[in-house]
Design a protein around this ligand. Structure first.
Ligand code: KG4
Ligand code: ZN
Length: 333
């Protein structure tokens, strides 16, 4: 039974996983608390935190999987996209591990991994399926024909959906990352109370800069009239912001499902934790006759288990990387 070690370090989570015969045996994630005080991820601090986390995280992943270093047959790592300094730490570790053990190195695309997070646990979608990947860094609709045969149908032209949540939260004076807080307050609010501009983009493209500006001007205008406007209306603002972002996401997803005739539909990435988006997916699935899929929360946010699944399929095909491969901040599939 081949065993793989997988490493994820593209942003601010240091993660290692062990995948044995295509199944995830362990998935350890060290989050970085240092960024909260700055209101966003500070790249240099992220790289340094990865440096101090990577060895203990790998040790913990091996221990939990009850596997020794000598039993690892290949090592997969996130090669792109992400923060270059962060990627370099994971890449450097993976290369050193592969070279020392004389085992194959496997380069993994982070966005493909978010899509294949659907294949970590049951229920798993059938091919072809559509995946809406929504995170702090990306917003994409991906047509997935097979494990390694994917096509990006559309993506954001500016901010990611998670970024839109976080920036709106910042305007409301909420701490970073504000997405989960907007979700929490939205539960108690009226989503129809305020309307914000919805971008109309061609095809399956997204844009969140319009709604962001619309929220900003709205808050500035209202605060001029009443300096306590945010405090008094926080739950309704959060519910309305959340509904605005979800509407844009679901509209394109429904359009893609209609155009392709695909009814196996998944969401992935950190924003798929959003309860409003989950509910919208569930409701639309009922109306449209979709079978919908959402990976468990620990596989939605950045994690090495999903990197391990892509690495596993590349391992089966003998798709190995050269030891002189370099990470890349941006990369096509
Ligand atoms: O996938 P992820 O952990 O990291 C990236 O690769 O970006 O996603 C993090 C993003 C953040 O923008 C965070 O605010 C957002 O996901 N997020 C949420 C929720 N939970 C996480 N946004 C809205 N509602 C949530 N419940
Ligand atoms: Zn991610």
């Amino acid at each position: 039974m081949p065993a793989l070690l997988a490493i994820e370090s593209s942003c601010d989570e240091t993660s290692a996983a062990v995948v044995v015969d295509g199944r995830v045996r362990s998935n350890i994630i060290a989050t970085q608390k240092v960024h909260a005080q700055y209101g966003g991820v500070v790249p240099e601090l992220a790289s340094r935190a990865h440096m101090s986390h990577i060895v203990p995280v790998v040790e913990a992943a091996l221990k939990e999987a009850q596997i020794s270093r000598q039993q690892i047959d290949a090592v997969g790592f996130t090669q792109a996209p992400g923060l270059i300094g962060s990627l370099m730490v994971g890449a450097g570790f993976a290369k050193a591990f592969a070279q020392a053990r004389r085992i194959p190195l496997i380069a993994v695309h982070h966005m493909q991994a978010h899509v294949l997070a659907h294949f970590i646990e049951e229920p798993k979608p059938q091919f072809p399926f559509l995946c809406l990947t929504v995170s702090g860094g990306h917003t994409q609709i991906v047509l997935c024909r097979d494990f390694l045969d994917m096509e990006v149908l559309g993506e954001t032209m500016d901010d990611a959906a998670g970024e839109a949540f976080d920036k709106a939260a910042k305007m409301l004076g909420l701490p970073y990352p504000g997405g989960p807080l907007i979700d929490r307050y939205a539960h108690e609010g009226n989503p129809n109370r305020f309307q914000f501009a919805q971008a109309s983009m061609p095809g399956y493209a997204f844009s969140f800069s319009g709604i962001k500006t619309s929220i900003l001007y709205f808050l500035q205008r209202e605060q001029k009239r009443d300096p306590d406007f945010i405090q008094k209306n926080l739950v309704d603002i959060c519910a309305s912001v959340q509904q605005g972002i979800i509407r844009m996401l679901m509209e394109k997803l429904e359009q893609a499902a209609r155009d392709t005739g695909i009814r196996q539909i998944g969401i992935a990435g950190g924003v798929s934790a959003n309860s409003g988006l989950r509910l919208a997916l569930q409701k639309t699935a009922e109306v449209q006759g979709w079978q919908s899929f959402i990976p468990a929360f620990q596989y939605c946010t950045d994690n090495a288990a999903m990197i391990g699944i892509v690495a596993w399929h590349k391992f089966l095909r003998g798709d190995f990387a050269d030891l002189n491969i370099t990470p890349s901040a941006r990369a096509a599939w």
